[in-house]
Design a protein around this ligand. Structure first.
Ligand code: WT7
Length: 687
């Protein structure tokens, strides 16, 4: 974690944007209020429920959990218990402990048992417009899930084992996740855009023996050979893993031999369709404890390797379902569309669990939202009559840049709610999304949350009498008690700005870091004792609205995806010519933040364009395309304090302002071991 000084300077970077716009208020549109039913009468009812959720959390969450979930057996002890204070012992959260249920049963079986088997669970939209566009009903989902689950069992997967899933955004991905959940195995989904190296790291850390993948996938015009990448990852695992072996690989045929020929390794590799055809179509549900792990999902931090965040069964699914229902005002028969890939938490909670638990019909989209052109997303909305669309600011900005004509030529009458997530949405993008995308008819729900939180934490409730403020995530969700702390850890009252922390447990919080509970306590609970530290800065205005100002640690948010600076740095340093590297965020028009890398070469090596390319390629191969540095800045040396700590504050300013950076912006540089380094770096900007 960065020093408090660094954290404060990072926080202030984000405040300018917020202050500019804080005045505007836009009421939730009348047309939307008339167009649909509402779970909540008005903003007062939202606030009343919120109050109840904090004053009587036991009653509130007990009622919610009985209404939203089917329990095999209710818990008998306390509804929840937690400790957020490291001084009082181990940090933990337990919700509904002792209760028994199954996530897959809740997502599929009960709907089929209740006669909804023929309802469409997913409209599957492929990459190409000419692709076959499948639909999958709840009954079909359940059939596939049961077959895969019994096949996994037959291949030795037991309750508590971790299964790696490396698939594109096709229904086989949720099917694989739910098959794991059905038999009590823990799913570990690795985003299909990650490299073999990244996959290997996650397989090893979680000790996965089984992996589910596919031959390949089209991304725009390119074939991505997932099976080949998975094979390479397995080689790496074998080399490093002290005898650990992936001995089973189930391969879905997505592209076929013509487009993507693959080699199948005898004994290890099997085709999905053959496995499922032979599998026992029946597979009983494993009744899990509420606190049994449901999945692990890796995410980057400011230091070290990605952390495997562990989410447990009841709390997570309840929270995903409740947030999905209220944040999007989701109703039966609505068509929901979250554009995220299931490889991220947004896909876990709002493509898979939230919608399926609420028996929604949703769209799962395999492709790129700007392919073949910038009207694709709107065309999908029109084609399936989507009512709620949930996407990311980076995408909104790229559609905005392409021009209004791509939107206006497509009718979008079915749309009622627009959602965003991933990074603070700049007011310009917000206004465009609201005015052009939603024709001023749809509230924009800017949801702030994290992989760690399981579901939405701060939202603008789409209810009557609520005044939206473009760029403000707005109000805490039910059960969430946010606080803003100053650097001394004191709670501030509104209006204020500081570190966004959460004061008490909620059902969706992750329970631990896989194999490293201490790291979890260290990262989230050690800076401010007694609070969950989000790593984000925020401002609360006079009206009590929360405005997120961005990360205060060394995490870079690229297109709404978290990239750890340490990971990129260690990848750069793995190149034999590189002596040292420091990576900081830079402003980026479309991606929100880009990756800016300062690189110091070893004696005897000279900068060149070729080396730049090589370094970018190194990161791409080791982590994935998404982590590739946008800029490589040759640095004769890095600005360090006398104790050897890199002053990232200065590096961030130069990355942002280049040769225009003023001495006020650079701040005090007298504490540097070699202050002249700063002038040298500015001199080399852009070279
Ligand atoms: C970080 C979490 C949660 C799913 C997507 C990313 C930033 C996310 C917002 C928002 C401002 C946001 C934060 C957060 N973030 N949503 N609406 N407004 N910032 O998940 O990879 O866990 O990243 O994304 O900085 O800490 P993630």
């Amino acid at each position: 974690m960065s020093s408090t000084e660094d954290m404060i300077s990072a926080m202030h970077d984000g405040l300018a944007e917020v202050s500019k716009e804080a005045g505007t208020k836009i009421p939730v549109p009348e047309a939307y209020l008339k167009a649909t039913k509402h779970h909540l009468k008005d903003v007062q009812e939202y606030l009343d429920l919120y109050k109840k959720s904090l004053e009587s959390p036991d009653t509130f969450w007990t009622e919610m959990s009985k209404e939203m979930l089917s329990w095999h057996q209710l818990w008998t002890g306390k509804t929840f218990e937690h400790n957020f204070d490291v001084r009082k012992g181990k940090v933990y959260s337990e919700w509904f402990k002792g209760g028994k249920l199954n996530a897959c049963y809740n997502a599929l079986d009960r709907h089929v048992e209740n006669g909804h088997g023929s309802q469409i669970a997913f409209y599957c939209e492929g990459n190409d417009l000419s692709d076959d566009h499948r639909t999958v009903t709840y009954a079909e989902m359940l059939d596939q899930v049961k077959r895969l689950a019994s096949a996994l069992k037959k291949r030795g997967v037991r309750k508590g084992d971790v299964v790696a899933i490396y698939l594109p955004n096709i229904p086989e991905l949720p099917i694989s996740m739910l098959a794991c959940a059905r038999i009590g195995a823990i799913h570990n989904v690795v985003f299909g855009g990650f490299s073999a190296e990244a996959l290997a790291g996650r397989i090893l850390d979680a000790q996965c023996r089984v992996i589910i993948t596919c031959d390949g996938v089209m991304r725009g015009n390119k074939v991505i050979e997932l099976k080949a990448l998975a094979d390479a990852a397995e080689e790496l695992v074998y080399e490093r893993g002290d005898g650990h072996l992936v001995d089973r690989q189930i391969v879905f045929k997505r592209l076929g031999e013509d487009k993507c020929p693959v080699g199948m390794k005898p004994k290890r590799d099997e085709w999905w369709h053959e496995v499922l055809a032979r599998a026992d179509p029946e597979c009983p549900v494993e009744w899990m404890d509420a606190e049994d792990p449901l999945f692990v999902l890796y995410t980057s931090g400011s230091t070290g390797k990605p952390k495997g965040l562990v989410h447990t069964t009841a709390g997570y699914i309840l929270y995903a379902a409740v947030t999905h229902k209220y944040a999007f005002n989701y109703h039966e028969n609505d068509v929901f569309f979250c554009t995220a890939d299931c490889g991220w938490i947004t896909g876990h909670s709002y493509v898979v669990y939230g919608p399926l638990l609420n028996r929604a019909t949703s769209v799962i989209f395999e492709g790129v939202p700007t392919y073949p052109d910038a009207s694709r997303l709107w065309q999908i909305c029109e084609k399936y009559k989507v009512n709620q669309m949930y996407t990311a600011p980076t995408l909104i900005r790229s559609l905005m840049r392409a021009g209004d004509k791509y939107v206006s030529k497509v009718p979008r009458d079915s749309l009622r709610v627009l959602g965003t997530v991933g990074e603070p949405i700049n007011p310009e993008a917000w206004n465009w999304f609201f005015n052009v995308g939603g024709d001023k008819r749809c509230p924009v729900v800017d949801t702030w949350w994290q992989t760690e939180t399981g579901g939405h934490m701060i939202i603008p409730p789409p209810v009557k009498d609520f005044q939206m403020k473009p760029g403000a995530a707005s109000f805490p969700f039910f059960g969430i008690e946010p606080v803003v702390l100053n650097e001394k850890g004191e709670e501030l009252s509104k209006p204020c700005e500081g570190f966004l922390c959460i004061k008490r447990s909620w059902p969706g919080i992750h329970r631990t870091v896989l194999n490293d509970h201490e790291r979890m306590e260290q990262v989230y609970f050690s800076t401010f004792k007694g609070y969950y530290m989000s790593g984000d800065g925020c401002r609360v205005d006079e009206d009590g609205y929360y405005w997120l100002t961005g990360r205060v640690d060394d995490v870079i948010n690229v297109s709404g995806h978290r990239i750890g600076t340490a990971e990129v740095e260690s990848s750069l340093v793995s190149h034999p010519y590189v002596a040292e590297a420091a990576v900081v965020p830079m402003p980026h028009d479309i991606k929100g933040q880009g990756i800016y890398a300062y690189v110091t070469l070893r004696d005897g090596f000279e900068p060149s364009e070729e080396l730049r390319k090589e370094l970018r390629q190194t990161v791409r191969v080791e982590i994935g395309a998404i982590a590739t540095p946008d800029v490589i800045h040759w640095a004769p040396a890095l600005p360090k304090t006398r104790s050897g700590k890199i002053m990232r504050r200065i590096l961030r300013k130069i990355a942002e302002k280049g040769t225009q950076v003023s001495s006020e912006e650079l701040g005090d540089i007298s504490t540097l071991a070699e202050p002249q380094v700063v002038a040298q770096l500015i001199e080399l900007y852009g070279k």
